[in-house]
Ligand binder design. Structure first.
Ligand code: MOS
Length: 765
């Protein structure tokens, strides 16, 4: 995590060089906790809401260009194989087929950090790309795939990371199956001394499953060459990172690649990196001169575009009689799948609770299965389940209430960086959440006490995440001479509400109605740079840049109006799109007239995200409480309620914030109780390759949810004071549910998902 980049003292952008001090001075206009805001924070309706509910919003999947052809991919049916021979002559002869690409007729393009290639002959999982067909229709392309003859040499395979680490296991790479050849080790203090000082020690193992992202909109690209310029419509979380990867793969300048993404139906991390399918489509398009659409189907989504790595964790904790933690040790191994992707999950153990002696060891292991990808709080969801399970176990051993135990070991400062936080309101979150769930009154009362087969219990778990955002992120604001505004930012909306919060911020600063503000994002050719939407960084990075642009515009307008009115700048004030003489309210000019009087057509400002403060850590925090019922006859778990109390800095839009929480908690319920990719160990093939057998929560599984925000703003981060909330809502949900299940039935389920069979087996063991 340590930044190794060169820190510039300046912002460079579009020919301007501006010192940090200049930006920081503007940052002086900070919305602190007491700021009275009219638009920001309110449940403003999404500005793109009508387009979406009326069906007029065009997602990448909906884009249909004239003369467009359709591509589909042939995928390896085996867990591990080599291509001995491939013959696509029959496929090429099928009427309507335009091209077939495979390793034999395509230039080698490095992929996965050059340990593989776009079309590799060594196939490492069921779903690995073998060839692609371009045809007049998707149906013809699918028919043609069946006509491609491939002789595979099947190889021995390994699915379980534990098996893959054993000497003599089938190897995916010559260097062996452990990524980078060694574990990621973190240590502070003296772990042995920590355990020797403990009065209680608890050690246990936990496991979590592979989870598939399954966003609503499938992965999809539409590509079009115009001479040597390529336009890529892509369902992506990072338009600029796709531009970079596509340009590199095709060996053309980034300036000749334009990536556009207007709307997206979710990504959850699976759309953070460029997919092979995008480059495959670009090559087919270049070869045939046709616009090309490629959309993956649900099976491909399941196999080949990422997953949350599984985990096997052994945790050991020591505590004194009074509950003070003396040592924390965490071992994990998790699967990267067949290609590099981090599977470590020890960050919660390193950072949540106060402890001087900590050691964590994370192995990321290659296996013959679909590659992992970041998935909504990568590592933290798995790691929090292990950590907060064992914390409950040692609290019980020490005879303490789980919440009291957590408060006893509250970390006032960042345990890893050994420095203060810009803000931390976790204590307030514990207290507010406990109050809302009725922790003190109900926990002892309900625990397993109900007569009959239904047992009820309460559980708690803790959330930590980064999500402070940071530079570089820019926003350009254009004020037209009718007084309307267009904002441009190279960010992207995953469905989370980026369009709307950008408009809200401009409306707030310039005191304009939302109808006057239009927002353009998701276009690398027209928008200034913003980073990928990952790590819960979008709002905390982009919102401050937008505010900066709007504040600069307001300053320009005040200055110009004062000159025009022959008053000093302090002799005028800005209100609702007008500049007014402070001594005579009737003497004023509105901004539209002002722009005309300035003989300007459009006024332009560019705002920047300021640097984060040095020597402070920026994290978000939260506590979730679960109230569950377990039927000990059927093993069914019913979640009555989840209370989520979080510190997120400033809320930009209450309704959209709550929606993020609902989505995260529901995804957490899926992880806790339902979702699991199952691979048959004998064939290496996925056994539940459909949405019927892979269970995603439905309305029927959605619990009652109460969202409590304990923070108002974190003014040290930025002029806006917002922390990201994409990932935090999901982090503690499964752990809180698991602890509640234990409270209900007195038996701990140490393996997710908590399915009825596991509960019944544990009860009768
Ligand atoms: Mo996220 S897993 O950074 O999209």
């Amino acid at each position: 995590m340590s930044p190794r980049f060169v820190k510039s003292k300046h912002f460079f952008e579009e020919g301007t060089i501006e010192s940090l001090a200049e930006v920081s001075e503007r940052k002086g206009k900070v919305w602190d906790a007491g700021a009275k805001l009219d638009v920001v924070g309110k449940s403003v309706k999404r500005i793109d809401g009508y387009d979406k509910v009326s069906g007029t919003a065009r997602y990448t999947f909906d884009i249909n260009l004239p003369n467009m052809a359709h591509a589909r991919i042939l995928r390896c049916p085996h867990a591990h194989a080599k291509i001995k021979r491939i013959d696509f002559s029959k496929a090429l002869k099928l009427k309507g087929v335009l091209a077939v690409h495979t390793h034999s007729n395509t230039k080698r393009i490095p992929w996965f950090w050059n340990i593989s290639s776009l079309y590799d002959t060594h196939l490492r999982y069921e779903g690995d790309e073998v060839a692609a067909v371009l045809a007049e229709s998707e149906r013809i392309a699918l028919q043609a795939l069946k006509l491609i003859e491939v002789d595979y040499e099947e190889l021995p395979f390994v699915i379980d990371p534990g098996d893959a680490m054993i000497e003599g296991a089938p190897k995916l790479y010559d260097d062996g199956n452990v990524m980078r050849g060694k574990p990621d080790i973190y240590e502070r203090g003296d772990i042995e001394r920590g355990f020797s000082e403990a009065d209680y020690i608890v050690e246990d193992s936990f496991s979590t499953q592979v989870e598939i992202h399954h966003p609503t909109e499938v992965h999809c690209s539409v590509v079009n060459w115009d001479g040597d310029h390529l336009t890529v419509y892509d369902s992506t979380q990072g338009i600029f990172s796709v531009r970079e990867q596509v340009a590199r793969s095709l060996d053309i300048p980034e300036s000749r690649v334009r990536v556009i993404k207007k709307y997206m139906g979710g990504g959850f991390g699976s759309k953070l990196t460029t997919g092979k399918y995008t480059v495959i489509a670009a090559l087919l398009a270049r070869d045939t001169g046709r616009p090309v659409r490629i959309a993956l189907d649900r099976k491909e989504m399941h196999m080949a575009v990422g997953n949350r790595p599984d985990s096997f964790q052994t945790l050991k904790v020591g505590a004194k009689k009074d509950g003070t933690l003396t040592a924390l040790s965490h071992y994990s191994r998790g699967s990267a799948g067949a290609y590099p992707s981090g599977a470590g999950c020890s960050w919660p153990m390193r950072s949540v609770y106060k402890c001087d002696n900590v050691k964590t060891t994370d192995y990321t292991v290659f296996v013959n299965a679909g590659p992992g990808r970041p998935f909504r709080a990568p590592g933290h969801v798995q790691g929090t389940f292990g950590m907060d399970s064992i914390i409950d176990m040692i609290a019980e051993k020490a005879g303490m209430d789980p919440l009291d135990f957590r408060l006893k070991n509250y970390a006032e400062i960042d345990q890893v960086a050994n420095q203060p936080y810009t803000s931390k309101k976790l204590r307030e979150a514990y207290e507010a959440g406990a109050e809302a769930i009725g922790w003190k009154e109900n926990r002892q009362k309900v625990a397993g006490s109900m007569p009959g087969s239904i047992k009820r219990g309460l559980g708690v778990a803790t959330q930590i995440w980064w999500g402070g955002g940071g530079p570089p992120a820019y926003a350009t604001l254009k004020l037209n001479r009718d007084g309307s505004v267009r904002v441009l930012a190279g960010s992207q909306d995953l469905g989370t509400g980026t369009y709307t919060f950008i408009a809200q911020i401009v409306a707030e600063v310039l005191e304009l109605s939302l109808e006057k503000i239009s927002v353009t994002i998701g276009d690398t050719a027209t928008c200034p740079y913003c980073g990928s939407s990952g790590g819960s960084t979008t709002a905390p990075s982009v919102a401050p840049a937008v505010k900066d642009a709007a504040e600069q515009m307001k300053e320009k307008l005040i200055s110009a109006a004062a000159a025009h009115m022959e008053l000093s700048e302090s002799g005028v004030r800005y209100s609702k799109g007008k500049i007014i003489d402070t001594e005579d309210d009737s003497n004023s000019i509105d901004i539209a007239t002002l722009v005309r009087k300035m003989r300007e057509r459009v006024l332009v400002t560019t705002g920047r995200r300021s640097q984060n403060p040095e020597n402070y850590s920026i994290n978000s925090f939260g506590a979730q409480f679960a109230d569950v019922e377990v039927d000990i006859e059927t093993g069914q778990v019913k979640i009555l309620k989840i209370v989520a109390a979080h510190d997120i800095g400033r809320t930009l839009n209450k309704q959209m914030m709550e929606s993020q929480f609902y989505g995260g908690i529901i995804q957490g319920v899926g992880f806790a109780l339902l979702e699991e990719r199952v691979i048959d160990p004998f064939t290496g093939k996925i056994a539940n390759l459909n949405m019927h057998d892979y269970k995603i929560p439905t309305m029927m599984d959605t619990p009652n949810m109460e969202i409590i925000i304990v923070s108002k703003s974190d003014p040290m981060i930025s002029n806006v004071g917002a922390k990201g909330i994409g990932e935090p809502p999901m982090i503690p949900t499964a752990a809180a549910i698991a602890n509640a299940v234990y409270n209900a039935i007195g038996v701990r389920i140490k393996s997710l998902p908590i399915t009825p069979d596991k509960i019944l087996n544990a009860l009768y063991a």
